[in-house]
Design a protein around this ligand. Structure first.
Ligand SMILES: O=P(O)(O)OC[C@H]1O[C@H](O)[C@H](O)[C@@H](O)[C@@H]1O
Ligand SMILES: [Fe+2]
Length: 191
């Protein structure tokens, strides 16, 4: 008989996303080289300090298709040039794996796109559950002034695939224009 996980409960703070169990993975600005459109603004920001852009819990559960991975993801407020702080974004290694994100606090977007060229920017506000269908890469973007905290859950064997995202990003960028967020074409995107 396969050894599955035992039932358990874990608390995550609704406001800051933190939990007293488990370790977060931290992504600092230095881990995001080449991911912001304004390379000059990136170099300048890195020369000053190396802020924490986001952190996330991913509970260590067996990577079996019957198990689920879950945790919170916390994207801090900030910008590089006029582009908001965001996660790297990924496809799942098993491309045909969906995911659900539920926004606990803060505001922003989940930017989605699939290899067929379809894309969407779904708004995150507290209480919004966003569905990531199979085949869609997804990136969380904080357009507000407080941490963007989401809770996610997906099939445990799905894996993460960054691939082209690390070279050219997503088709769209979310930037600040005249004090409001705006979705624009990514000039680095090559079809
Ligand atoms: O892997 P990234 O795109 O950097 O995002 C970081 C993390 O954010 C989310 O909350 C996901 O569900 C995780 O699976 C992911 O690894
Ligand atoms: Fe994912």
């Amino acid at each position: 008989m396969q050894h599955f996980s035992q039932p358990f409960t874990q608390l995550f703070d609704l406001k800051n996303g933190l939990s007293d169990k488990g370790e977060t993975t931290n992504r600092y600005l230095s881990n995001m080289k080449g991911m912001y459109a304004d390379q000059g603004a990136y170099e300048e920001a890195i020369a000053h300090d190396n802020p924490l852009v986001y952190e996330f819990y991913e509970l260590k559960l067996p990577e079996h298709p019957g198990e689920l991975l879950f945790g919170t993801s916390i994207v801090y407020p900030g910008k590089v040039g006029n582009e908001y702080y965001m996660t790297k974004g990924h496809f799942h290694s098993i491309l045909e794996t969906g995911e659900v994100y539920y926004c606990l606090s803060g505001e922003g977007y989940l930017l989605l796109e699939n290899p067929e060229g379809e894309w969407s920017a779904e708004r995150f506000t507290p209480g919004a559950a966003v569905y990531v269908p199979p085949r869609y890469a997804h990136r969380s973007i904080n357009t507000g002034n407080e941490p963007l905290v989401t809770f996610f859950v997906f099939r445990a064997d799905a894996g993460h695939e960054y691939g082209l995202i690390e070279q050219q990003g997503f088709r769209k960028l979310i930037v600040e224009e005249n004090g409001a967020s705006s979705i624009i074409d990514n000039p680095k995107w090559i079809e």
